[in-house]
Design a protein. Structure first.
Length: 212
């Protein structure tokens, strides 16, 4: 993941708790820096239609690919969009076929929604064979489009409770993610906090930063 982010031209923050953590360890950020697919999707698809962008999406289950595509085209009929399932062998012939399809389509934007860290690893491992286009890892974006996953209202994200709204709708699937997995990050979190304390303020502030 460190190698992946080191190559990124833009790093977005997708949660208010992460912004709070960033401020705790010394980064200059506010809630205005928060952005997720659900926040920018209508602007993105409108721009894609107006500019004639060719968009290719990899991700989701095969039975929902066409559903998500039609949902987007229903709102933005001029969009040029191709979709492929994210359920494939990333090291075998299926991957080779997918890379050929992407190359043949010549997308302006490649959306990869296979969940973290699978989507990041796939991008990193195939970056030299992907066309020169904008590449965005978008997680479950097209599951929202297909209606497979509940899309929280935008006000929930601005108030920092989107995770809670999602948990209420999917408690069985999200309990471990929100109430068990975070505890495993405590050693890393403490290392960040105490590591920052060992760095002089002027040295820390002079470090280059990614703009969220």
């Amino acid at each position: 993941m460190r190698r992946f982010y080191a190559q990124a031209d833009l790093i977005e923050i997708d949660s208010v708790p992460l912004i709070m953590w960033g401020k705790l360890v010394g980064h200059d950020m506010t809630r205005a820096n928060r952005c997720t697919y659900l926040d920018f999707r209508e602007d993105f698809w409108s721009r894609a239609a107006d500019e004639g962008w060719r968009v290719f999406h990899v991700g989701g289950a095969p039975e929902y690919n066409e559903v998500s595509k039609q949902a987007i085209l229903g709102r933005h009929p001029k969009v040029k969009l191709e979709v492929r399932s994210g359920y494939f062998d990333v090291r075998g012939p299926e991957n080779e076929a997918l890379l050929k399809d992407i190359a043949d389509y010549r997308p302006d934007v490649l959306l990869v929604g296979m969940g973290m860290p699978r989507q990041e690893l796939w991008i990193l491992n195939n970056i030299d064979r992907l066309p020169g286009c904008a590449i965005l890892p978008v997680g479950a974006a097209f599951d929202y489009e297909a209606g497979v996953m509940y899309a929280p209202p935008r006000w929930a994200g601005q108030f920092g409770i989107e995770w809670l709204v999602r948990f209420v709708h999917e408690p069985r699937r999200l309990f471990s993610r929100y109430f068990i997995e975070p505890w495993t990050l405590i050693p890393c979190a403490l290392d960040d906090v105490f590591g920052r304390r060992r760095i002089p303020v002027n040295q820390y502030e002079s470090r280059p930063r990614h703009n969220p």
